[in-house]
Write a protein that binds this ligand. Sequence first.
Ligand SMILES: NC(=O)c1ccc[n+]([C@@H]2O[C@H](COP(=O)([O-])OP(=O)(O)OC[C@H]3O[C@@H](n4cnc5c(N)ncnc54)[C@H](OP(=O)(O)O)[C@@H]3O)[C@@H](O)[C@H]2O)c1
Length: 339
Amino acid sequence: MIKVGIVGVSGYSGFTALELLLRHPNVRVTYVSANNTRGKISDIWPQLKNRTKLYCDQFDVTKAAGQCDVALLAVPHTIAMQITPKLLKAGVKVIDLSGDYRLGSVATYKKWYKATHTDPRNLRKAVYGLPELYKEEIKKASLVANPGCYPTAALLGLAPLVGTHCELIESIIIDAKSGVTGAGRKASVAFSHGEVSENFKAYKVLNHQHVPEIERYLAKLCTHSKAINFVPHLLPVNRGILETIYVKLSSRVRLNRCHKLYTNFFKVEPFVRVFGLEEQVELKNVVKTNFCDISLALNDQKNLLVITVAIDNLVKGAAGQAIQNMNLMCGFSESEGLL
Ligand SMILES: NC(=O)c1ccc[n+]([C@@H]2O[C@H](COP(=O)([O-])OP(=O)(O)OC[C@H]3O[C@@H](n4cnc5c(N)ncnc54)[C@H](OP(=O)(O)O)[C@@H]3O)[C@@H](O)[C@H]2O)c1
């Protein structure tokens, strides 16, 4: 049994992590905190009444370090990098759900997150927590940078192809749609019901902070760097991400062979489901699960492969993936508490 802390438990990702961990057979949640939110968890999250007696207080590094073996940081970027070095120094393993440790470079971080990175030492050491690509590294890590929600879908959708057909790829367009919980719980006009409901819009077109993350980890899969065109959209649903990825190839490929490539690549992965050639992924099949569903289609006249990927942004895109990483770091079965 390990002791786990959740920093940022009053937010959507923190709540999702707590809800999952309360059912995890090898975990006792011993510490929860937030920033301004205080009180019994059962008051903050009435869904959890009678399931926990935990009390949420303001984050305190001494308490956190004394009370947990592993900490999940479900806090905004820039906050995570203030907390992480202190927890690591106290011997606590850290899984950071924010963007603070994903980009590997202080300059890239500054460019995309508009802030100065204050923990470059650990930035260099962090392991990217996409288990389908970095399982062995994650098992040995003390700091895991949990991937962003959009990059999780994009990288799982592209990894098999980019890893083997890199030289054939002429362009990649990622048309991404996310539910509103992707923006966190904090209220803002843009995310209020009146603005989102019965509406659909693009935002941060070609300029989202997940672009460098996707490009960085695609580049590790192939010899030529791959630029992407990424356009996120806000869907009027609570949760879920669906990405339609258009890959233009310079010569003909066979759909059956691509499909075989994908099914082989993910053969042993418990959470990636490659759909049959007649099937299309849908949000409703992945919401509230840690699954990533993938389907493929090909326009063979135009050598255009279309990869469609669906995940739940709060589970495979955040808290579920963090728990998958925690399982690997602690020697548990990868899917413990998640199936
Ligand atoms: N939402 C998603 O789909 C998603 C997916 C992948 C990754 N992420 C990342 O996960 C992190 C959390 O996202 P979220 O959507 O769950 O956010 P959220 O709903 O806005 O919650 C943020 C949490 O962080 C706490 N917090 C804020 N400032 C803090 C501070 N200075 N010290 C300690 N705690 C602080 C908040 O506490 P108070 O309530 O007291 O303010 C709250 O508990 C973010 O970095 C986000 O980018 C989110």
